[in-house]
Design a protein around this ligand. Structure first.
Ligand SMILES: [Zn+2]
Ligand SMILES: [Zn+2]
Length: 130
């Protein structure tokens, strides 16, 4: 029963349709091994969840890292520190995101405002350096 493993740590990529994009991998990460694992792209799969060679994902919306569960879905197991260099990774903002979305009190079928579907909701524009 694969789904029983790491039940508390296993999360879905996103509750809304936000596709993984290479842009999410291009940022400062803890070490070159993590950066290259995130930037890894094979010829056959654009989506890391579909590629058996992909190991890790970074979710910019929640600022969290995970080990991909290759079961055909888009789940991953959250990690607190880097498997390669051992550095502590950022605290996931997932809970805060859900709290803020809940506070918006949106109709059930309505998507959150677009800045909640990127890292804009948690980063002041000045820190993003765009
Ligand atoms: Zn592949
Ligand atoms: Zn690292």
């Amino acid at each position: 029963m694969a789904s029983a493993f790491f039940r508390n740590r296993r999360v879905l990529w996103m509750p809304f349709e936000v596709d993984w994009s290479p842009e999410q991998a291009i940022r400062a990460h803890c070490c070159p091994a993590m950066a290259s694992a995130l930037l890894f792209q094979c010829d056959q799969h654009a989506d890391p969840f579909e590629c058996g060679d992909s190991l890790v994902v970074y979710n910019a919306v929640f600022d969290e890292y995970g080990l991909i569960v290759h079961d055909g879905g888009t789940t991953y197991v959250l990690i607190d520190s880097c498997p390669w260099c051992g550095l502590k990774l950022p605290q996931s903002q997932r809970d805060q995101w859900f709290d803020e979305i809940k506070a918006l009190d949106l109709p059930a079928d309505m998507r959150p405002p677009s800045h909640y579907l990127s890292d804009d909701w948690r980063l002041p524009p000045i820190r993003k350096g765009r």
